[in-house]
Design a protein around this ligand. Sequence first.
Ligand code: FE2
Length: 465
Amino acid sequence: MESTVSDARPSFPVDLEYQSGFGNSFSSEAIAGALPGNQNSPLVCPYGLYAEQISGTSFTTPRKLNQRSWLYRVKPSVTHEPFKPRIPEHERLVSEFDESNSYATPTQLRWKPVEVPVTPTDFIDGLYTVCGAGSSYLRHGFAVHMYTANKSMDNCAFCSADGDFLIVPQEGRLWITTECGRLQVSPGEIVVIPQGFRFAVDLPDGPSRGYAAEIFGTHFQLPDLGPIGANGLAASRDFLTPVAWFDHVSRPGYTIVQKFGGKLFTAKQDFSPFNVAAWHGNYVPYKYDLSKFCPYNTVLIDHADPSINTVLTAPTDRPGVALLDFVIFPPRWLVAEHTFRPPYYHRNCMSEFMGLIYGGYEAKADGFLPGGASLHSCMTPHGPDTITYEATIANGNEPGPRRISNTMAFMFESCLMPRVCPWALESPFRDHDYYQCWIGLKSHFTSPEETQLDVDGDGEVEGSR
Ligand code: FE2
């Protein structure tokens, strides 16, 4: 059954089709025979379509990293009026982080879930930058955004020239129409819309909230598995890419909203950008169901570093150093013996932004809520709160394995030091008492002398030295 979401687009069917795989050379036709068979740019394309390439890497990027797709469309993307700065200006998007728009702070930051606005707000207006580093102009950096929205985008499409969007819905499904086809993305799934792709977001469930990481100058890859072997973590076949779907009726007053250097520009055209009847290539949007993740961890002692749970990584030129890792903390078994099972206390040369999709997080007894967020920047101490530590020490580990259930936390981890946007620092949803969760950690230290003299461990000193 289909319900009406927008006058501009038909509703999504419940049984949307996808293609499976990561980094494949995909191809798809909404009309049989629409894809040219033997070349990319024939003199006349089947059905009179226009051929258009979208390049996600430079032409000369080595083959194993090269990404591009060929789109066969009713009218080419260039058919639009000039771009103009969007009015009203969107004041909460940043793609070049400096002293004029963001602040450096080593303080541990945490936010409660931001309430979804009551006034009609679509994905574009509901999107705001929380923190980030670097510059989209210089093609090196990232931004962490969040969104709260309650209204489908109407007769417009969004596009970021700045970078790839990795969107993590926390509340409300997303019906995302792209030039390659349509994706339904539910909380518990993620979607990646590569740089430059035009997309529209419908909200079939109404009030919606989520997170988005944007990366400048590179694309997400699957992490190497090293000694884990050929299988485990996120499997290629669980990544789903749309099949071609297109809209070729007249759309007077259609607006392309292009994010370019953190600013929004609009251009009018008289047709939908989702007019691609066939396409092929390896530069594509895709989604992934986090419940498919196959976690690995310790099976005897200690706590693995969180990198063991990396779903996707955006690399830098330095081996093993990520511009941005997307890491999850899914349901799993804890089995370590004589080990402090919650995450360890930590200071990190990388910076860690965390969010929670549902459930609780094992290192925080309270205060870190679904839809909330935290930021522990470069070398800022963090770790389990007082309640978690004391409960773990007092009770010890449960005998045998313990299953952590009903949880899906995640982390965006970057080698760059994020600057924080003023509206995030001044947000009424910021938890200014966050530090209090650790302040009660008390010393359990017992000096060697006390340890030796308190022979029977009853707290009383026996004898003398
Ligand atoms: Fe950490």
